[in-house]
Structures are given as structure tokens and as C-alpha cells.
Design a protein around this ligand. Sequence first.
Ligand code: ADP
Length: 475
Amino acid sequence: MTVKALSVASEVFPLVKTGGLADVAGALPAALKPHGVETVTLIPGYPAVMRELSRGEVVRTYTDVIGAPMRAIRGNARGIDVIALDAPALYARDGGPYADPAGRDWPDNWRRYAALGIAAADLARTQGFDIVHAHDWQGAMAPVYLRFSDGAKPKALVTIHNMAFPGRFEASIFPALKLPPAAYAIDGVEFYGGVGFLKGGLWAADAVTTVSPTYAEEILKPEFGMGFEGLIAARRKSVFGIVNGIDTAIWNPAADPALASIFDVETLELRAENRSAVETAFGLTGDGPIFCVVSRLTLQKGMDVLADVADALVETGGRLALLGSGDPALEAAFRTAALRHPGRIGVKIGYDEKLSHRMQGGADAILIPSRFEPCGLTQLCGLRYGCVPIAARTGGLADTIIDANAAALSAGVATGILFDGVATESLARAIRRAVEIFADAPAWRALQVQGMTADVSWSASAKAYAGLYARLIKG
Ligand code: ADP
């Protein structure tokens, strides 16, 4: 039997991407196919989506979805089966999916993503879907609208990619949501005196997943739960951790067109050419291990701690190539660090997909000192590309990296370096450990090979999602 799934996502690679959510929404449909799941992705009709849409067929027309006319157009966009929501008043704007070109959140984001939820609930019902799989706060109103309206109720699953984004708005928007008054309650969308989109979804969904088993445990604690810990505890039996994979066709060092030289475990020496390309791109000179960073520059990612450790990194003989953007103060801190250490620290502020592949294919290690990390994808790319991850022991990082302690090294299973507690001393120590192992070429090579042969694909996790869909549908 084929299961028909409607994936409700605010970004999907390669159409629109601001982070890992897009990668997951982009890769999961293909990974689910062998398990008998046919996925259609419901996505707002941003310009980048509407431009790519081909063979479009209007499947629903709405005259008024909380104030905006909207058409649901089913078609294909860059290989993805989509239903795009053509609603120019809501989505036809320059800038990012959530913010204007100056980086300010759109003031009507609540309307834009409530509309996504309303359309999702209607389309799930009218287009014969068996299950709605909603992602993060932007998709989370789908199960709420299913719950509070009449008609068939396909099962609904919400996946939390990052608990730090609750989609919380002033209570004054509630009447415009066109939900019954009863929905403004603990059993509904009320969240600390306002309207919580993620809250509503976590309450209304038949099941909740998050993107790693460790994060699923962590969010039961106040320091990770961001105010949701009580609700997560109440729903504990329906909360599952399923670790993300990466698209191993896109992230394939043996066939990656972004690389100066392709390579695999048998031809690891060919990586040297990519390493030179990283040196050139970041103006690095001399020698010593190249640590790289591909990240949003935020406190979540521990980038303030890394900025504090930059001098120590150089003192150990290491070099740093950093690609990222985010907090202006952190951007400035890294720019200054690069000025202090010409040839040893190179910094590119921005977003560059191609360069991120080159860095994974040429740097020796990738630093991920996140304070919390629901799953994290860059460590998975690093593993696959022989770029050894050095990461905080939290969330998905703890689940996907095997620390190079003495036992793991001698057993030949270590794939990276994990450290506890995101602070300057612990990160500096982890970097020193990496420099020591790097000096022992066979030991470092073993780390790389063990990482490259670890399974970072979607296969096991897609099976887990398909199994969960089946259980929910069966009831
Ligand atoms: P998050 O979603 O919290 O930002 P993840 O590690 O889950 O973190 O996913 C981040 C994704 O975005 C990865 O695919 C990573 O390679 C990519 N990425 C992050 N910053 C940049 C950047 N500056 N340039 C290119 N790719 C980036």
C-alpha cells in the first residue's frame, strides 16, 4: 500500500534554504520513496518557488485565507513534487523567507504561516493525503487547523528542528486566526499569554519527532526545553527522536562538482588538492591543521566561545577558515581575528553553498561548539568528506560522532572529537587534542576513514519515519 504524505515546510532545498530544515525537507521525500511513501511538499509560493514551478495545475482556489486570496498549484520545481501556495499578498516579496532584505522579520509572519496551516489542513483532506508531516513552528498550525475543523482527520506529525524558534505572537492576533474561541487555551494555541504556533502543533499532533534521540531527551529539561518542557513531558509517549541524514548524492566526495579534486577512502591523498584550494580561498599560508567553520554565527552555535579561542587555536599551530553570517558583533569579532592573524585565520562573511562543499572536502577538521544542537548537519557532511568533526557533546552531535578517546581509537571506531561544556577552556583543550592526533598521520587518517565509512545517509531514519507514519495511520 502506498502512503500519501503531505510535508508542510517553510523552506526546502534546493528552492529556498536558510538552514538544516531545508536540507531535511528536500532529502526526506526521496528517502521515503523506497518505503512506499509518496510525498508532496506544501511550500509558500515565494518568488524562488514560483519561478521554478513547471507543469503546474491549480488544485484549489481560495478567495480568502485570513485576508488573502490564494491558489494551491501542484507541480514540479527542480525535481521536487510540490504544492505551491500562490498568494502574492503573503509571499511575493524580496528578501528571505522570514525577513526583509534588511533582516527584519516580516511583521505579518503570523498571517503568512497561519495561512500555510489552513491550506495544509484543507489540502490534506481534499487531496487524499494519509498523513500530514509539519516542520517547525511555520508548519505547526496544520495539525491545529485539522483539530479545530470538521471533516476527515488525516494523521498529523510535527517535527521539531529547533525548539528555540517557538513562533510566539501577541494574543491580539488570535481572532484573526479564525479558530474557535476554545482554541485559545492550554489545550490549544495559548502559550505564556500569547499565541504559540509550535505550542499548538505540539499539542494537536498525533506524534512529535525531533531530529535526534539525545535532543528528544534534552528538551525535557528547562535549559533545553525553552518553556516547552512541561508539554513535552506530558506528551512523552508520543515524542520520538529520529536522527537526520544527509543526501549522499549531493554530499558525495567521489562525484562532487564543487571540489577541485574528487576522492574517496581509497584515494584520500587526492584531498590535498582541495586543501590547497581552501588555503587559496581563505588566504592561509604556512602549515598546520586547517580547522573550518560553516555556520550561522550565533550564540547557539557557540561562536562567541570560538572567537575567544581563536588566538589559542593559532598558538597551537592550527589555522582557521570560517564561513558564516549572523550576529553582527560575532561577524566583527572574526573579522578582527583575521586581521590579527593574517595567513592563519581567514574569514568569509556570507552564505556560499559551493564553498561549504569545498571546505568540507579540503579542511582537516570542522569545529561545531554548539551550546545545543537538535541534530546538526555539518558534522555529517564533515564525516563523509574526511573533515574530522570537533564538537560539543550535545543533541545530534553526541549521537553521530564517536569521540576519539583512547578506547575508541584503539578499537578503530572513533570518528571525531567531542568535548563537554561549551567554554573557552574545554574548546581549547579539544583543539589541542586534535592537533596532537593530527601530528600522528596514521591515527588522523584512521579517524578520517572511520568517519567516511560511517552511515550518514537517510536510509535508517527514512525507515523509522515510514514506520512511524504506518503506526499513526493504523491508529
Ligand atoms: P542550522 O539549521 O541550525 O543552521 P544545521 O547544521 O542543521 O544548522 O544546518 C545548517 C546547514 O546550512 C548545513 O547544510 C550547512 O552546510 C549550511 N550552512 C550554514 N551556514 C552556511 C554558510 N554560511 N554558507 C553555506 N552553507 C551554510
